[in-house]
Design a binder for this molecule. Structure first.
Ligand SMILES: [Zn+2]
Length: 413
């Protein structure tokens, strides 16, 4: 039997049937519904006669042993979802990977070992910690002390919930051994954005994930009576914030190449209608695929904020909340992915990823990595409205399969 991409679409619908309600997918990690999804996957893979194991971080591995080498080609995704999530985010990669594994198992022993991985808790929906399983396997998880104190909305502690799923936080990093023989990592994902749809393309090749600079920018002026303070005597913190909000759009536009800047929130104090704003705290998020350009966007925004502070006779202060460097995927695998996409869709397009993915962790750990994107309708994700045309889903399975074959041929030689 050859590859059957329509089976992937049917199985994704089956999984939706099993794990969604009228509000969307409910496969939140470390819940019964998540376990039901994992058991469903196990039962599917059991028919292929491949080995299954769950590692110390709760990642689920299915290995088809290779004939000639211990090295392994990894294909991965995450079956967990956000609450009221979409049917495809994460699950597509896992179910498409299952179909590729099926095709390879039927052909006998591949040259390299091929492993399908279902990463545990990519979304971090219950405890606010994304990329749990992949960061443990990558060895980059270093917040165990902080995680020990995390509780979910119901007040349950993370270590207790993990223990019920056989995961001991102190041993999660032992999952690192899973990457010891990894020769390459492939991940297919829905785009979760509008770019491919706007270009009328089904598939794209991902160059890497954006670097992120996240800051709190606080403007400080003077609270003063809204009636008695003339306009030219005001030290209005919100005026500085408002100018910065408009300027970051220009900074992103000038930088180009996918640059994005967002002020996602502004809190003003005292925040009453009868007073000039004394403090305005802005949450600024800047992203770019190129580290130098990202650093430049940041310094441009800082310089602009100081200029605006001076114009408005207020002070400004910057505090970094979080940052991550851009992660660039493997050049050779990007070429192979381009070939695979061109073969099945006629034309390929390279684009960066705004969201982080498990692939970023694995790439950071030094495993050559690439991702494929398939078009998302209306760019929507993390909602039950998330969707992709069935014919595009089928093309994505074909592209992943071709990419796996190309990677096996290249790595095996
Ligand atoms: Zn995802």
């Amino acid at each position: 039997m050859a590859l059957d991409p329509s089976r992937t679409v049917a199985e994704l619908r089956e999984l939706r049937e099993l794990t969604a309600d009228e509000d969307g997918a409910q496969r939140v990690a470390w819940t019964d519904t998540w376990v039901r999804a994992k058991d469903w996957l196990s039962a599917k893979v059991a028919e292929l006669g491949v080995e299954e194991e769950t590692d110390e971080a709760g990642n689920q591995w299915f290995s088809l042993r290779g004939g000639e080498s211990d090295r392994a080609l990894l294909v991965g995704g995450h079956i967990d979802s956000v609450p009221n999530g979409g049917w495809l985010d994460g699950a597509l990669n896992v179910v498409a990977g299952l179909e590729v594994l099926r095709r390879l198992a039927e052909e006998g022993r591949p040259t390299l070992t091929v492993r399908l991985v279902n990463w545990a808790d990519e979304e971090g929906a219950r405890f606010g910690r994304s990329l749990f399983g992949s960061s443990a396997a990558a060895g980059s998880m270093n917040d165990q002390d902080e995680l020990r104190t995390r509780k979910d909305a119901g007040g349950e502690a993370l270590p207790d919930v993990l223990a019920r799923h056989g995961v001991d936080l102190d041993r999660a990093l032992d999952a690192r051994r899973q990457l010891e023989n990894a020769a390459a990592y492939l991940e297919l994902h829905i785009e979760q954005g509008p770019v491919l749809e706007s270009l009328d393309l089904p598939l794209g090749v991902v160059l890497g994930t954006f670097g992120v600079e996240r800051h709190q920018v606080t403007f400080r002026g003077q609270a003063a009576h809204a009636g008695s303070t003339p306009m030219d005597k005001r030290r209005d913190a919100l005026a500085g914030a408002a100018k910065l909000e408009l300027e970051i759009r220009e900074i992103a536009k000038r930088t180009g190449k996918g640059a994005v800047c967002t002020i996602g929130g502004v809190v003003t104090r005292p925040g009453i209608v009868t007073s000039v704003v004394e403090t305005a705290e802005c949450l600024l998020d800047q992203r770019h695929l190129d580290a130098t350009q990202l650093a430049e966007m940041l310094s441009n925004a800082e310089a602009a904020s100081r200029r605006f502070a001076q114009e408005e006779m207020v002070d400004v202060e910057w505090e970094r909340i979080w940052a991550i460097e851009p992660i660039l995927f493997d050049e050779r695998l990007i070429e192979l992915a381009d070939e695979a996409v061109t073969e099945v869709a006629g034309t390929s397009h390279r684009l960066p990823s705004g969201p982080l993915h498990d692939a970023a962790e694995i790439s950071r750990a030094g495993v050559p990595t690439v991702m494929l994107f398939v078009q998302s309708l209306r760019g929507l994700s993390h909602t039950k409205l998330e969707d992709t045309k069935p014919e595009h889903l089928e093309l994505s399975v074909q592209a992943l399969d071709r990419l796996a074959s190309k990677a096996l041929a290249e790595l095996g030689s």
